[in-house]
Design a protein around this ligand. Structure first.
Ligand code: PLP
Length: 347
């Protein structure tokens, strides 16, 4: 007897990157920040009281909302918190798509969009990015989604669509434009101002990457109060917990610390790009904390396996258009050196 609804029975769930239990692995496969979070985050976590845990948290994560509003120059009513950005993506898909409403996005991109859409049995149009990951502007507009997703910088390419172009897209589409800015802290510019300027733009961010809090699970969205009110209707009542609210608030208020790490990652990104290019890889220009590096010989798959045998994990996607590439997270200088030393022997 089949217990699940037919479309869930058929569904291939999302496959997260490997999280090895050994500690001596050079882990460059899931785009975590290689540096620890701000010391203020740990202080905030340590000062949580039993009384705070006894009670439910603020349903909207008010302390974080205020901190984000202060840092970003928006009103608190324009901010919604999530248990990681994945929680917000889930809310968005539940709120805007479905069997009668189309979700549109350029691909290849973050594979969770397709999985969330499939869970909702949503109509979906995937539009291929151009050869150098140029935005397929006209086809995205023509697809006429109730909601359009744009991952910017995109994963797994690391490429960036200029803000003005995103603004044009938002003005052209009839539905909501969701800009996934998971990696934007490592980029030169970002689309945050569009969330205030245009009523159909929702900008989503995470503390997993820029603030070194992937283990904490905290993300947020910024958009017009009308968009935020709609999303609140579909969120879990207490979707962010007292500990993560305190940690994320402390991280957000310590911009100076976070910025220092973004700069370190950006500078290693440039070094790694140069070194990989010198080894014969072709590397897309990246505005994120990872690189998509392609190579024909040896194959990307065999390189992935050989690196893994040496306890260096990178990401390999066995799917059309990506199966000739490795996605490599920018690590600490020492981790990047270990990767480069291995590749010098293997390539
Ligand atoms: C493009 C993109 N969006 C969203 C997320 C989810 O981030 P979070 O850890 O906040 O759920 C990720 C995580 O890898 C990502 O790559």
């Amino acid at each position: 007897m089949a217990y699940f609804r037919a479309h869930i029975e058929m569904l291939d769930g999302y496959v997260p990157g490997e999280q090895p239990s050994e500690r001596d692995v050079v882990k460059l496969n899931t785009n975590e920040n290689p540096y620890p979070p701000s010391p203020r985050v740990l202080e905030a976590v340590h000062s949580i009281t039993g009384e705070q845990l006894r009670r439910y948290p603020h349903p909207m994560g008010q302390a974080f909302r205020q901190a984000a509003a202060d840092v970003l120059g928006v009103r608190p009513e324009m901010v919604i918190c999530g248990n990681g950005m994945d929680d917000l993506l889930n809310m968005v898909v539940r709120a805007f798509s479905g069997p009668e409403a189309r979700l549109v996005y350029p691909s290849p991109t973050y594979t969770l969009y397709a999985v969330l859409a499939a869970i909702e049995a949503s109509l979906v149009t995937e539009v291929a990015f151009g050869p150098e990951y140029e935005l397929p502007f006209d086809d995205l507009v023509a697809a006429d989604g109730r909601v359009t997703f744009l991952c910017n910088p995109n994963s797994p390419s690391g490429t960036f669509v200029p803000v003005e172009r995103v603004a044009e897209l938002a003005r052209k589409v009839r539905g909501v434009l969701v800009v996934d800015e998971a990696y934007v802290d490592f980029a030169d510019e970002n689309c945050m101002r569009l969330a205030s300027e245009l009523p159909n733009v929702l900008v989503l961010r995470t503390l997993s990457k820029g603030y070194s809090l992937a283990g904490m699970r905290f993300g947020y969205g910024v958009g017009s109060p009308e968009l935020i009110e709609g999303l609140v209707k579909v969120k879990d009542s207490y979707n962010v917990d007292a500990i993560s609210i305190a940690a994320a608030t402390a991280a957000m208020r310590d911009q100076e610390y976070a910025r220092g790490n973004w700069e370190r990652v950006r500078s290693e990104r440039e070094r790694l790009t140069g070194e990989l290019t010198g080894l014969g890889f072709s590397v897309l220009p990246s505005q994120s904390n990872f690189l998509l590096a392609s190579i024909a010989d040896p194959t990307a798959e065999s390189l992935y396996e050989s690196l893994k045998a040496r306890k260096i994990l990178v990401r390999y996607f066995k799917q059309p258009r990506l199966d000739g590439s490795l996605r490599i997270t920018v690590g600490t200088p020492k981790e990047n050196d270990a990767l480069l030393a291995a590749l010098r022997e293997l390539v």
